[in-house]
Design a binder for this molecule. Structure first.
Ligand code: AMP
Ligand code: ZN
Length: 466
């Protein structure tokens, strides 16, 4: 298999440390809000990677973290903890926020047929591991204490700029006015391993440590969880391109300092999904979630199909027009498969099945070329062969594509429930208009207790039944 490795900036032949076993670490969500469909594009790519490797015959052991502590609004370790921001926004505790949005993340992932990784660990559950690592980093002088916090000294790291390919002279934090400098760092790019609460007093999650009560920095969680659950040698580490610097750069620095040897061989990054205005974000413009698409009548798998049409290393621009086209193509595809299924006939031609599976494998081996995988699928639809052979091949491809090509989903709509929800939303809107926020909040809570989640968007109130 050939994969583009961000570390070497080359397409390379993939060879795992251990024959057929692949260890795969994928950075998980920061659970302070719903995941937007951009975030989910990255998880779709990672899902295809895991299933593609399996198709090629590898055993994949995949681990993912859930970031529920320590992720600051700015990459320079300044700004507010994102979890606290979520808690304040919704008048809940950070634990409630984390539970709610973790569940929402997995619900959305399931709708997109993204498989749950075998190992999932909450950042806040692994404090002992971070303390163990930080103690060693301090002992070996990779880290230092300043103003009660523990920082990693990047000048001690080998090849700190290799992954990002950045030129250190051009990197001047603080040149940007919105980024506040942490004056206790020796180098502005040093990063926090452990913060004592003096830095952010209103931090809810806090633990005892040799350096005082506090909480871990964001980067240490992925190194700690990965090393603890996947071992000291990692085959593949993934994330979106925004993770390259500083997150993954810092993960490499601290992991290799801690381990004393090279840690991960292949670094894969998914390009972003952008909207017409540029970068998609959770705080700007229409907040594009899976539920929003569903409320607008789209099948979430049409979005998966939309993503698979382009390569994971290309930027993808989202628009409803583009999604409409993908959605129509997906419906036509499903109808064609349905037709084949309804007219199933003939004996399976094993040779043709093999040929197609090999072609499909080549597409996977070609740096996970999903559009080529789809081409293989369209080719078999056109092939002059009996329908049972076609179905066998489609079934096999769908193990990776996960587009439910052979399933017929009947959407059942509970009309009574829809009527009730719409009435409640109308009542709430009226209360809001009358500035009666108490009633508005009460209605929202009552709906929430029935697992009906509502959200106010620029285009009005949307809801989701979970
Ligand atoms: P977060 O929840 O912010 O930690 O991000 C979760 C994942 O989504 C990370 O792997 C990010 O790199 C990725 N990500 C963030 N924004 C986008 C985007 N617009 N398109 C694709 N992936 C993204
Ligand atoms: Zn990570």
């Amino acid at each position: 298999m050939r994969l583009y490795n961000t570390l070497t900036k080359k397409i390379e032949e993939f060879t795992p440390y251990n024959k057929n076993e692949v260890t795969l670490y994928t950075c998980g969500p920061t659970v302070y809000h719903f995941a937007h469909i951009g975030n989910l594009r990255t998880y779709i790519f990672e899902d295809i990677l895991e299933k593609g490797l399996e198709y090629l015959g590898y055993n994949v052991k995949r681990c993912m973290n859930i970031t529920d502590v320590g992720h600051m609004s700015s990459d320079a370790d300044t700004g507010e903890d994102k979890m606290l921001k979520g808690a304040k926004r919704e008048h809940k505790t950070v634990y409630e926020i984390a539970d709610f949005y973790t569940k929402a993340f997995f619900d959305d992932s399931a709708k997109l047929n993204i498989r749950k990784p075998a190992i999932i660990k909450k950042a806040s559950d692994q404090i002992d591991m971070y303390i163990k690592m930080i103690e060693k980093l301090l002992k070996e002088d990779y880290a230092y204490i300043s103003n009660g916090n523990v920082y990693f000294d990047i000048s001690k790291a080998k090849d700190y700029y290799q992954l990002s390919g950045k030129n250190p002279d051009e990197l001047i934090i603080g040149a940007r006015e919105d980024v506040e400098l942490d004056k206790y760092k020796r180098n502005p790019y040093d990063f926090g391993l452990w913060f004592t609460v003096s830095k952010f007093e209103n931090q809810d999650m806090r633990w005892d440590s040799p350096w005082g009560i506090g909480y871990p920095g964001w980067h240490i969680e992925c190194s700690g969880i990965s090393i603890k659950y996947l071992g000291e040698y990692l085959d593949i580490h993934c994330g979106g391109v925004d993770n390259i610097f500083p997150h993954h750069t810092n993960e490499i620095a601290q992991s290799e300092a801690y381990l004393g040897h090279k840690w991960c061989n292949y670094w894969l990054h998914g390009e972003h999904l952008n909207d017409a205005t540029g970068k998609m974000s959770k705080s700007k413009g229409e907040f594009l979630t899976v539920s929003l698409l569903e409320n607008k009548g789209y099948d979430p798998l049409a979005y998966r199909f939309f993503c698979l049409q382009s390569h994971y290393r290309n930027q993808l621009v989202f628009s409803y027009d583009a999604l409409d086209i993908a959605s129509n193509t997906y419906t036509k595809l499903k109808n064609k498969v349905k037709n084949i299924k309804e007219n199933a006939n003939g004996e399976i031609n094993k040779e043709i099945v093999n040929n197609y599976q090999n072609k499909f494998k080549e597409a996977i081996e070609n740096d996970l070329n999903t559009s080529l995988m789809l081409t293989c699928l369209y080719d078999i639809l056109k092939e002059d062969v009996n329908n049972n052979t076609k179905l066998e091949i489609i079934k096999s491809f769908d193990n990776v594509l996960s587009l439910d090509l052979l399933e017929e989903k009947e959407k059942t709509i509970d009309e009574e429930l829809v009527k009730y929800i719409e009435e409640q939303i109308a009542k709430r809107n009226l209360a809001k208009q009358n500035k009666d926020y108490e009633t508005a909040d009460k209605i929202r809570k009552e709906l929430e207790e029935k697992n009906i989640i509502i959200k106010d968007t620029r285009e009005g109130t949307i809801y989701e039944v979970r």
